[in-house]
Write a protein that binds this ligand. Structure first.
Ligand code: 1GP
Length: 245
């Protein structure tokens, strides 16, 4: 069966564009959507730390109608679920000790999700210090893993795998000054699980670096919110990548 998870496992050098429904009302223009489709992202992630249910639902429905890539929910809370999406990353914030983000939101969402046809991927989510306080840190009231604690990140990801998580996501947080280091990516990649890396990735050079270190999927959010023309650089990257494949 062709599932989003199979697609992720088989993805090398994939790009996910992150859409924050909080900002989507300004982005929802023909120009933005045309460039988003031109970029041919491998995945579109949708989610945010402070999003209302109404904005979330509108964003999912609009993107489902107007874009082509698999739509993956990257939830900031229990209310960010919708059956029009293809998949939800069922995130546990394993770098922190806040029970709400380890299991609380999951319980709140469990009945509703299980009634939907949506694919659910249990995911270890680790927040890594990216040089500034990010909204995930503030909202979750957790402390990120220090930037240079590669072995701690690896151990947490390994524990997540032993708990049954199918993916590891290392996030320096939206707008991070420092992206996750190559050495941390390499260490965590020694665990044989697909790896998603996000936070503070702002150039194609950085995308290449992160892919080169072993990320299956690189997530780009902030850079596109600031400059939608960057979608054209992503389009070129994707075109070259597909030609080389
Ligand atoms: C944040 O990983 C994402 O959760 C993306 O980060 O917005 O900095 O690209 P940016």
């Amino acid at each position: 069966m062709s599932t989003v998870y199979n697609r992720i496992i088989n993805s090398q050098n994939a790009i996910a564009i992150l859409i924050d429904p909080d900002k989507f009302s300004q982005q929802n223009s023909d120009d933005f959507l045309r460039k988003l489709n031109l970029a041919q992202p491998d995945f579109i992630f949708v989610g945010g730390s402070t999003v209302s249910k109404t904005d979330f639902d509108t964003c999912i429905l609009e993107l489902k109608k107007k874009t082509f890539a698999p739509l993956i929910i990257f939830p900031g809370g229990a209310h960010q679920i919708h059956e029009a999406a293809d998949c939800i990353l069922f995130l546990s914030l394993l770098s922190g000790r806040n029970p709400d983000y380890l299991i609380g939101h999951h319980i709140a969402a469990a009945d509703e999700i299980s009634k939907m046809k949506i694919e659910v991927i249990p995911t270890s989510y680790l927040l890594i210090d990216g040089g500034k306080k990010t909204s995930v840190e503030f909202v979750s009231q957790t402390t990120p893993i220090p930037h240079d604690q590669e072995s701690l990140a690896r151990k947490i990801a390994l524990a997540g795998m032993l708990q049954g998580k199918k993916i590891t996501y290392l996030d320096a947080g939206s707008g991070a000054i420092n992206m996750v280091s190559q050495s941390m990516i390499k260490q965590v990649k020694t665990i044989n699980l697909p790896l998603i890396i996000g936070g503070g990735i702002r150039t194609i050079e950085e995308v290449k670096t992160v892919h080169g270190a072993g990320a299956n999927i690189v997530v780009i959010g902030n850079r596109i919110e600031e400059d939608i023309e960057f979608l054209l650089d992503v389009a070129n990257y994707q075109k070259n990548k597909n030609e080389m494949a």
